[in-house]
Ligand binder design. Structure first.
Ligand code: PLP
Length: 401
């Protein structure tokens, strides 16, 4: 994770950003609305819509079955998409790794928990579960524990330790907790409520070189560079639809390093070929746009919003606090800012904000039981969002103080 200069947010990227924003038809068609819910699902640039249209009008067929040109093209498209995902994730050994397409992160994590983890663990092993992260990254591991117990294999679930104030993992406590039987650690790259980058290289240091790390990258793929080589993780699971591909898309990347080969069980039937075509186009688009620049832009917007909120007494910001102040050491928050009003219910606040054209998420955000007990409003930013949108939102929030 590189430091981003928050004192001079990357406004020199303004021209680049305007050109990219113009490529989102749903955004440009609604200049009075501000889409601030990209963590739930991302809007699609024209290039992705074009790829979907091109596929459906030139090649639509089933994959891996027919021998005529459309079917062959579709089969090739799926295989090329696997290679595309590997390249996008900076896979240093693509010949040994695998990519499995899913409908999103939830299905990806569930598939791993059902079809891989039980074959990897033995009686007495331990796994670490991030109990204040997204429920999709908690329930499947607990279900795997139950499945193993029914087979007479008893594993221990260790709750991931957290630093309460910031929402970060407590890496020191994790190092103390991890031992030789800690064989599997589920983590999240960017927290979907607190917005912090969870410092995965510190997780690796804490648990040692032999534990398998499974990364929920739902909030990082498409928003910032994600390099499996740098992160030193064994699985990456993400949602294509949060990375600008069609709804119902996602993938599991699996390194061929430890444990049994990841071979999802059962006959999955017809793959989501048009979704897979959209994923390739989305990854092409994101790479051309520059995920490093997308990160700089959205981090700067989030810092501006956080800084503005800090001056409004009626609001409490959840998670890490990023300051725009010169020399601020805090570099953790990505493009997600979640907050509460001291007197207005988060659901009501969501309605009020929509009456002013802002689309935000308000509730408990599918957070696991060890997370927040009361609802909040989440603003999640992407490359089409503007400084003007953030300032307008702050002005509206100020009137509710
Ligand atoms: N993990 C995290 C961190 C998320 O933010 C989300 C969705 O918001 C999910 C998992 C679930 O993703 P999907 O709905 O694509 O299955």
């Amino acid at each position: 994770m590189t430091d981003i200069d928050l004192t001079a947010p990357s406004w020199e990227l303004g021209e680049w950003q305007r050109a990219l924003r113009a490529q989102f038809p749903i955004i440009t068609a609604h200049p009075d609305l501000a889409y601030l819910d990209s963590a739930a699902t991302a809007q699609k640039p024209q290039a992705v819509l074009d790829a979907v249209h091109a596929y459906l009008t030139t090649s639509n067929a089933n994959a891996g079955r027919g021998t005529y040109p459309w079917a062959n093209r579709t089969t090739a498209l799926v295989e090329q998409a696997r290679e595309r995902v590997k390249r996008f994730l900076g896979d240093p050994a693509p010949e040994g790794s695998a990519v499995h397409f899913t409908s999103g992160t939830t299905e990806g994590l569930r598939t791993l928990a059902r079809d891989w983890l039980p074959h990897f663990l033995a009686d007495g092993d331990e796994i670490v579960v991030p109990v204040a992260d997204h429920e999709a990254n908690i329930a499947p591991w607990l279900e795997a524990q139950g499945q193993l117990a029914r087979q007479g294999v008893h594993i221990r679930v260790r709750p991931m330790p957290y630093q309460r104030a910031s929402g970060d993992y407590d890496h020191r406590a994790l190092a103390e907790l991890a031992g030789p039987r800690t064989r599997f650690v589920a983590v999240t790259h960017v927290h979907h409520v607190y917005g912090g980058d969870m410092n995965i290289h510190r997780v690796r240091r804490a648990v040692g070189p032999d534990a398998v790390i499974c990364l929920d990258a739902a909030q990082s793929v498409g928003h910032q560079p994600v390099s499996v080589a740098e992160l030193d993780v064994d699985f990456v699971v993400f949602s294509g639809h949060k990375a600008m591909a069609l709804p119902g898309t996602g993938a599991v990347w699996a390194r061929r390093a430890r444990g049994p080969r990841f071979t999802p069980g059962g006959w999955a039937g017809t793959p989501n070929t048009v979704g897979i075509a959209s994923l390739t186009a989305a990854l092409d688009w994101l790479e051309a746009a520059g995920t490093d620049r997308i990160e700089r832009w959205t981090v700067a917007l989030a810092a501006r919003l956080t800084e503005g909120l800090r001056h409004l007494d009626a609001y409490e910001i959840l998670g890490c606090q990023t300051s725009l102040a010169a020399g601020s050491p805090v570099q953790r928050r990505r493009g997600i800012v979640t907050f509460r009003h001291h007197a207005i219910d988060s659901g009501d606040l969501g309605f009020i904000l929509f009456s002013d054209g802002f689309m935000v998420r308000s509730d408990q955000h599918c957070q696991g039981g060890a997370g927040e007990r009361t609802g909040s409003v989440r603003v999640s930013l992407h490359v089409h969002n503007t400084v003007e949108e953030v300032d307008r939102l702050l002005a509206v929030l100020a009137t509710l103080g």
